[in-house]
Design a protein around this ligand. Structure first.
Ligand code: BTN
Length: 325
């Protein structure tokens, strides 16, 4: 999108009242006729811009665009300093990794409306279907590579808090799925470029199901899925949801850099659907059953099983019956 249109969108989306064409024309050093043409082009791209006689232009709906989001992140120290929005990509994680390797700054966020090769955990495909958000955040944390899984847990906590405004009973399932009534509404895929002892870049990829596709979910999804709209009465704005997610990520990342993992672990454990409960984990080869006792500093789940304590570092968790009090 051109710099002129970005300026117009930023001004319209942050103004509390209509802005006159004269003001915008002066700010941009162009004619009022040129402003009119840009408004027309923005409307054709989907922006709901109303003109009020004698007052000017007003942006009326939530037109998802990077300029507005970036303006909403203006006070952040890190997350959302640079935001890009694509109509379509292979995978926002791949694009973020390409940009990270080319030197993109920490806090850069890549959004895409569609993904032709969206990826999930454990080698699965991720579908960006219906109304959805797919985004990837570039981080360059001062961490050793073994600590990077902590960032996935941090992201789960940030999402749980941000998405609770739509559904108060949203829970985390180890390690970092977000569930409503046991069905998945959001997933996180964290990838990194590192060498021994040194992280170059971490890509935190986030997929959120906002509203189910009218034709139903794709048939090859193996997990039970849901969407935020199914538990929220008002229509959900993708723009507002994205803005809340970035704000929450900014707050939790700053907490992590200043205070370490302990506050993240506490918040995670509080929000975890299976804390203190009976679970079964499939680690790719076998099933392990036990009581979820704690989360350790590397993000491993500690289980008490019939064969003693076990430390689970990866796998798919299933919640069995709740423990009697
Ligand atoms: C999971 O399996 O739960 C993780 C899903 C992560 C999906 C997101 S969508 C944005 C980003 N780009 C990808 O290709 N994957 C992540």
């Amino acid at each position: 999108m051109s710099k002129v249109r970005q300026h117009i969108l930023t001004r319209l989306s942050t103004a509390s009242a209509a802005i006159s064409g004269d003001v915008l024309a002066q700010e941009l050093g162009i004619s009022r006729a040129a402003i009119w043409k840009h408004m027309d082009a923005l409307r054709k791209q989907g922006a709901d811009i109303q003109s009020h006689v004698g007052q000017g232009y007003q942006l009326c709906s939530d037109f998802f665009n990077a300029s507005t989001l970036q303006a909403q992140c203006a006070k952040h120290h890190c997350i959302g300093k640079h935001i890009q929005h694509f109509d379509s990509l292979d995978s926002s994680n791949r694009e973020a990794m390409r940009q990270a390797e080319a030197g993109a700054e920490e806090g850069t966020v890549i959004f895409t409306d569609k993904q032709s090769a969206g990826r999930g955990r454990l080698g699965r495909t991720w579908h960006t279907a219906g109304d959805a958000l797919a985004l990837s955040i570039i981080l360059r944390p001062p961490l050793s590579p073994e600590k990077v899984p902590q960032l996935s847990l941090l992201t789960a906590v940030a999402l749980q808090q941000a998405l609770s405004q739509y559904c108060h009973d949203i829970r985390i399932k180890w390690p970092n799925d977000l569930l409503i009534n046991g069905a998945k509404v959001s997933g996180i895929l964290t990838e990194m470029r590192a060498e021994p002892g040194l992280v170059h870049a971490v890509i935190v990829g986030i997929g959120i199901n906002i509203k189910a596709p009218e034709e139903g979910w794709p048939s090859d999804i193996s997990q039970t899925v849901s969407d935020l709209q199914s538990c929220h009465k008002q229509p959900i704005s993708r723009l507002q949801c994205a803005s809340s997610v970035l704000k929450s990520m900014e707050q939790w990342y700053s907490t992590y850099l200043n205070h370490g993992f302990a506050p993240i672990r506490d918040a995670w454990w509080q929000a975890h659907a299976a804390s203190g409960q009976k679970v079964r984990v499939h680690d790719g080869q076998s099933y392990i059953e036990g009581i979820a006792q704690a989360l350790d500093d590397d993000g491993a789940l500690l289980l008490t099983t019939h064969h003693g304590n076990q430390r689970i570092i990866s796998g798919e968790l299933e919640l069995l019956e709740a423990q009697a009090a």
